[in-house]
Design a protein around this ligand. Structure first.
Ligand SMILES: *[C@@H]1O[C@H](CO)[C@@H](O)[C@H](O)[C@H]1NC(C)=O
Ligand SMILES: *[C@@H]1O[C@H](CO)[C@@H](O)[C@H](O)[C@H]1NC(C)=O
Length: 197
């Protein structure tokens, strides 16, 4: 009886680690702005074309690499982006190697604040779909069964497999946020089981 419980606790713990691993793997891609060209005015990089080939999500990292003697990065309002106005930035980055984590949905407008650079194209609009923390509810109607069975599974220690579905990003994100909750429940369950022994 005790032995059975400890094996079960171990299985649950292992499962939790696997689930956390999946969640971690799917959290936050890193995008280097301009790819190999980086953040520059050399070579007429079209940053709107660059951005249009990506699909950004909350938690992603936008990485700007540039020579800090010649450039910087300013996050600005939409109007300042359009006008290339660098006088009232929301945030300014100057290390030449700046990693910016996307923490909210919507547009994130970046320009180089060095005079003249934005107007010749050193500007990028990173658009991030609003969502993620509330991803599960929006997905729930299509997949109501998994969320209830997952919750039940966590309670009884009979884990259903929450592996992300291959059907697109939103489903994967939903699955991973569900997996995260499940993993936490499972960790809690494992901890309780272990302390009982
Ligand atoms: C970048 O490319 C888009 C088409 O993908 C074009 O509409 C836009 O004018 C270009 N921007 C610059 C600065 O050349
Ligand atoms: C930029 O910073 C990252 C760590 O955030 C580091 O791994 C990388 O080597 C740096 N690149 C340059 C060119 O300094």
């Amino acid at each position: 009886m005790e032995r059975k419980a400890s094996i079960m606790a171990m299985e649950v713990a292992i499962m939790a680690v696997v689930v956390l691993g999946l969640v971690r793997a799917s959290a936050g891609a890193v995008y280097k702005v301009g790819d190999a060209s980086g953040w520059t005015i050399v070579g007429n990089v079209n940053y709107s074309t660059w951005a249009s080939t990506k699909s950004f999500h909350l938690g992603d990292v936008i990485h700007f690499e540039y020579n800090k003697m010649f450039h910087n990065v300013m996050e600005v309002s939409k109007n300042d982006f359009k006008a290339c106005a660098a006088t009232s930035p929301i945030a300014t980055y100057t290390t030449g190697n700046d990693s910016i984590v996307i923490k909210r949905g919507g547009h994130h407008f970046f320009i180089c604040g060095v005079p003249g650079h934005c107007s010749i194209g050193q500007k990028v609009d990173i658009r991030v779909p609003k969502r993620t923390s509330s991803a599960a509810p929006s997905i729930a109607p299509a997949a109501s069964a998994p969320s209830t069975s997952a919750a039940a599974g966590a309670g009884t220690g009979v884990a259903s497999n929450p592996a992300p579905s291959p059907h697109g990003n939103s489903a994967a994100k939903a699955a991973s946020s569900m997996g995260y909750g499940l993993a936490i429940s499972m960790l809690a369950f494992a901890a309780t089981s272990l302390s009982v022994l």
